[in-house]
Design a protein around this ligand. Sequence first.
Ligand code: TPP
Length: 332
Amino acid sequence: MNTAKKNPKHLVESFDLYAPKLVDKKEYFVGGHRACQGCGESLAIRLMCKALGPDTVITNATGCMEVISSNYPTTAWAVPWIHVAFPNSAAVGSGVEAGLKALRKKGKIADRRVKSVAIGGDGGTMDIGFQALSGAMERGHDMLYVCFDNEAYMNTGIQRSSGTPFLASTTTAPAGKAIPGNQVWKKNLAEIMVAHNVPYVATATPSYPIDFMNKVKKARAVNGPAYIHCFVACPTGWRSTSETCIKMGRLAMESGVFPIYEVEDGKYRMTVEPPAKRRPVSEYLKGQGRFRHLTPDQIQAIQERVDVEFEMLMIKINNSKSRAEIRAEQGK
Ligand SMILES: Cc1ncc(C[n+]2csc(CCOP(=O)(O)OP(=O)(O)O)c2C)c(N)n1
């Protein structure tokens, strides 16, 4: 007898039976690490590792995630993990991939597909590791790079990076009498990666965990370079309360500050649809002490910039075609 049909409550009561099918219960980034309360970055890494599974080698640039996860003699990593210098996560990740390929060719390791995944913060990726990342993507390595963007050099004390938003107060761009916070607009690294013509680029946030994990799985399956730009809240650096970590990612998406999309073979697709009427950016900014000094005019300037950037993205989403589609149209 189909009790679910007869009694919908049955479905809720049997949730435990269904939930494990959604997400792997195994943990490859385990508890006991020393991340701050409400850290979006450590949550995102936990989800990423679940989606990657055990056949993974992770290369980690210096930053918060290395510091909190590997205090001697302990480790939070249940997959092979290499800590490397601040600028060269992508370079070492591409070396791991080349090494695995060589060992497999010589028959020295089993013929299973082990994925090389390089990770870094926004400082380690968008600034100091940028050259290594660009080179790795250009050379076409079969690897995934994930940037965990908490919008400043958090590990060393909230210094601004090229991921820091316009007018956010940081320790090296403090809002005060001289300047009202960071003086330049945030670099759009996802778009720069699209310009590398790699097969897969996506933006994501742990506020939409299934979307993020699906993207990690998709990127893992790509036979070539893939890049995910993961937006992660940092209560310590953003001067926000720890329980707002998930809410911040949602507000960023719903206001258009951080749209969640993917670019597959050149074709853009919004994967988490923002509401028809986007929230004002002020709703996203107001819970964060790094923006507390902003005047209404400054908030308006940010709103206008977000509106323009969002429209630019929508034009790409509504009009782009994949390279395969264009080739087919050209009869090639
Ligand atoms: C060449 C070099 N410069 C500076 C540092 C000091 N340093 C270590 S971690 C870090 C900040 C990391 O910031 P980010 O990459 O944004 O990651 P987060 O800590 O925010 O996760 C800095 C400046 C270093 N280790 N090596």
